[in-house]
Design a protein around this ligand. Structure first.
Ligand code: WQD
Length: 326
């Protein structure tokens, strides 16, 4: 089997590439290098440089490498930016996916894995979000992921592809410092940055209806994200009619205050107290996955805890930012 991994030179994609290559799968990467870095690819993995929006290129790569499965990780992923530039997000994430699926259907590709997001749920009003919790995305980014799931499912049904949409929760960490740049400003890197500048970490709101008043999320190690892809790819290879929609989370909520405390501990800032800032508009109080379905369907569970995520993220950060004083 040969898998084409789009966005394979990115933060999450490169972890997926590594996991699949380590498991002995043949892999080819398609990446436009807009945010990707070829240095993240293991030796021997071919890179085709270009965009999923280029249908002719995609068709050529599928043919040249005799691709039988696609893992589509490429995409734009910044919620705030998607509000400013919705057309750009729809073009990259929806038109890009459509172009890719057209080429895949023409080439007779039989397996398709799609990177979706917990952003499809919006502001879920439940303790644990299951895959049947209503999807009410709150941003153009979340909308493009929801529309993507529909496109993938419909194409799979019409063209005989086994499909999976994997809804990532809050991804953090790295398998090695070189792969550790998430490329976006999420909680963990934002706290690192404040600490490096000698500033106190910011908590966006401490008056939410949660145990300590700060927002609760389900953080998941990127290596676990990658192993979930491997498990899902295995299922798609076995079951030509598979049509999976699965949360990838740990099923455990961690509050912003708890996370900041842990980050301060891991980075040696034990006496640092965070500063309470106003709420960030659009933040749901609590988004925690039920990880039951993926366990039942694929026998997969996350292995790494939040400490491991923060420690590995910190090593990656330090590699790229060699210290506040040089
Ligand atoms: C986590 C919590 C912040 C920084 C986003 C997307 C989601 C997914 C992951 C792609 C929130 C708080 C943050 C800081 C803080 N992306 N925070 N101080 O918003 O849960 O999820 O990224 O699929 O779709 O929405 O992640 O890391 O930005 O924030 O208090 O300095 O940390 O308010 O409650 P979020 P995040």
């Amino acid at each position: 089997m040969t898998w084409m991994i789009t966005g394979g030179a990115g933060y999450i994609g490169s972890h997926v590439v590594k996991a699949m290559a380590d498991a002995g799968e043949r892999v080819v990467v398609l990446d436009d290098l807009s945010t990707g870095d070829p240095a993240r690819l293991p030796a021997g993995v071919p890179l085709e440089r270009g965009s999923v929006l280029d249908g002719e290129l995609v068709a050529r790569v599928l043919r040249d490498h005799a691709v039988d499965g696609i893992v589509h990780v490429a995409g734009k992923k910044q919620v705030g930016e998607s509000v400013e530039r919705p057309l750009h997000y729809y073009r990259e994430n929806v038109t890009g996916l459509q172009t890719l699926l057209e080429a895949a259907a023409d080439a007779g590709v039989r397996r398709f894995l799609f990177s979706s997001s917990a952003a499809v749920y919006g502001m879920p009003d439940v303790d644990l979000v299951t895959e049947s919790t209503e999807c009410l995305p709150m941003s153009p980014y979340g909308e493009t992921k929801r529309a993507g799931e529909w496109l993938v499912r419909a194409t799979g049904r019409a063209h005989g592809m086994a499909t999976a949409s994997l809804r990532y929760f809050n991804v953090a960490g790295a398998v090695s410092p070189e792969l550790g740049d998430p490329g976006v400003s999420n909680l963990v890197p934002m706290v690192f940055e404040r600490l490096d500048r000698g500033e106190r970490p910011l908590v966006f709101g401490d008056d939410y209806a949660t145990p300590d008043g700060t927002c609760v999320r389900d953080y998941i190690h990127v290596e676990d994200i990658a192993s979930a892809h491997l498990a899902a790819a295995g299922r798609l290879a076995e079951d030509p009619a598979a049509e999976l929609v699965l949360n990838i989370g740990r099923g455990e909520g961690v509050s912003v205050a708890e996370m900041i405390r842990l980050i301060c501990e891991v980075t040696g800032h034990v006496d640092t107290e965070p500063e309470i800032a106003p709420r960030r508009p659009g933040d749901p109080a609590r988004v925690v996955a039920s990880a039951d379905l993926i366990r039942r369907e694929l026998g997969w569970t996350a292995r790494h805890d939040v400490r491991r995520m923060v420690e590995s993220a910190w090593q990656g950060w330090r590699l790229r930012h060699p210290g506040p004083r040089g």
